[in-house]
Design a protein. Sequence first.
Length: 69
Amino acid sequence: MAFNESENNLDSKTVLTGNPIRKGIEDGNRIKGLKQFNFKENKKTIFLFGGSQGSSYLNKIMSQNRIEY
């Protein structure tokens, strides 16, 4: 399982493995990322990550609550 909270809902034969991520993902370069995605350094950016069924809901909520700068 990926999260400690899941343990309460599963039998005792579980192993906490963590959430798998690729090596180096935490070693990003801010300036390179801004340039790659054409983001402005003086603007705030929100990164929202969701997949499958939840992604359409997250997109809808973010679209309804965005603030234009």
